[in-house]
Design a protein around this ligand. Structure first.
Ligand code: COI
Length: 434
């Protein structure tokens, strides 16, 4: 059911875009019946270990099974979220960006449910092209959703808003993992023997992911791109580059999705670097960032400690560290800042808007680097969404997807410690909600 702002409800059998076009033909009712059928099914959640195990000894039959799993599972997961969108108050549905997300999901849902079963490798190739196109088309989902829900911040209680965003984002991560894993498995299968990634992996899961190497990779990208500095200053060149010291169990390696780990580390290091700059600007040698890696029995832990003054020193103080994960302006006032809404609008408008934002960002880096080029091909995906202010909430969602945690502890006046724990056995089910 749609909830209208005055408490009235619309029958849930009328999807939003169709309601707007004020048509209610049998076809639309039929389409909603399809939505009902799919939304009534439970998602078949997987563990990281299952993804690795299934993908390890790939053959034609397994690849076709994987394709058909993606074909039938994604519309179920999308249907759950379409239902979620339909249950939003109407005043939220009408905010900029929300209808766009609804339409993208509705269209993807219909395409998936009508996609015929895949029986051959040639059909799988077509299916891979189909998924790749959809993955690209859905690139502006996060800025659109973030824009719409930020603007709705006045109309939804913070708990409700954050729970909704969490369901939407974790489900999106899960769908993209399934789609990208299948694409990677298909590519490895067709490239047999010609794999050039150099690191052991099954699909998108790296089976010997070395944490220290990921920290160094993210640090290098941040330093070379100056992104940590561009976020807080327009001056071009930072006076110094922050130093990062790594200690603990520095040889720790585990099976994980590298993109997820590096998204989180990139974000945490960026925040630490910016905080140190804000507190120690004039100093020629500011205190280093300490990264400690610990391999526990069931999980790996990474602590990132900075001496950037802690959260009370931040430009917009918040009342508790976990408020930084909130999408609601009630908990985190930055959500409705003009510069952030502007960046979201830019990124959300279209693929072109997104590309322009990236181009602008790259342009300023290029200038700052005096024409040297930074290789961003291996950068975590948030460089595609610069300055839209969702890096920390997204990091929290990435951390919890397979049952990990992310905690911030502020030592006010001194610095911040961030604790990231990720399960290393791969036995937790995906943390998506129905
Ligand atoms: C998304 O990115 O939101 C998706 O659902 C991806 C999927 C359509 C392949």
């Amino acid at each position: 059911m749609f909830k209208l702002c005055n408490g009235l409800r619309l029958p849930h059998s009328i999807p939003i875009p169709y309601f707007r076009r004020s048509t209610s033909t049998a076809l639309h009712f039929y389409q909603n019946r399809q939505l009902d059928l799919h939304a009534a099914k439970e998602a078949k959640r997987l563990t990281l270990r299952q993804l690795v195990y299934f993908g390890r000894h790939m053959n034609e039959e397994r690849l076709i099974t994987s394709a058909n799993y993606v074909r039938t599972e994604l519309p179920v997961r999308i249907a759950h979220r379409l239902r979620d969108l339909q249950a939003l108050p109407y005043v939220v549905v009408t905010q900029e960006g929300v209808a766009k997300v609804y339409e993208l999901y509705w269209s993807a849902f219909n395409k998936f449910r009508q996609y015929p079963p895949i029986k051959t490798l040639e059909e799988n190739e077509e299916f891979c092209k189909f998924i790749s196109t959809l993955l690209q088309e859905h690139a502006p989902v996060i800025p659109n959703l973030s824009l719409g829900l930020s603007l709705s911040s006045h109309y939804l209680p913070p708990d409700e808003l954050d729970a909704f965003m969490r369901r939407m984002l974790i489900s999106r991560i899960s769908r993209r993992v399934l789609a990208e894993h299948h694409l990677a498995l298909s590519k490895s299968f067709s490239d047999r023997g010609k794999d050039t990634t150099g690191e052991p992996h099954v699909g998108i899961i790296f089976t010997g992911l070395n944490i220290k190497r990921s920290v160094e990779h993210c640090a290098k990208l941040l330093v070379e791109s100056r992104l940590w500095f561009a976020d807080i200053s327009t001056d071009g060149e930072p006076p110094w580059q922050p130093e990062i010291q790594i200690d603990g169990h520095i040889d720790t390696a585990f099976s994980y999705i590298r993109e997820h780990l590096e998204y989180i580390i990139f974000e945490l290091l960026k925040n630490a670097m910016s905080a140190i700059y804000a507190k120690h600007m004039p100093k020629t040698s500011p205190p280093p960032i300490q990264v400690t890696i610990v391999a526990g029995k069931n999980d790996v832990a990474i602590r990132i400690s900075d001496q950037g003054g802690g959260l009370s020193h931040a430009q917009t103080p918040i009342s508790t560290p976990s408020d930084l994960f909130s999408f609601s302006h009630v908990r985190n006032a930055t959500r409705l800042e003009d510069s952030r809404i502007g960046a979201l609008r830019n990124a959300s408008q279209s693929q072109e808007g997104l590309r322009a934002t990236v181009a602008e960002q790259l342009g300023s880096w290029e200038k700052a680097r005096k024409q040297e080029t930074v290789d961003l091909s291996a950068a975590p995906s948030q460089i595609l969404h610069p300055r839209i202010g969702i890096g920390l909430p997204m990091s929290n969602i990435f951390a919890t997807y397979f049952g990990g945690t992310l905690q911030l502890v502020s030592l006010d006046g001194w610095g911040t410690d961030v604790y990231l724990r990720l399960p290393k056995l791969g036995t937790n089910l995906e943390g998506i909600e129905l």
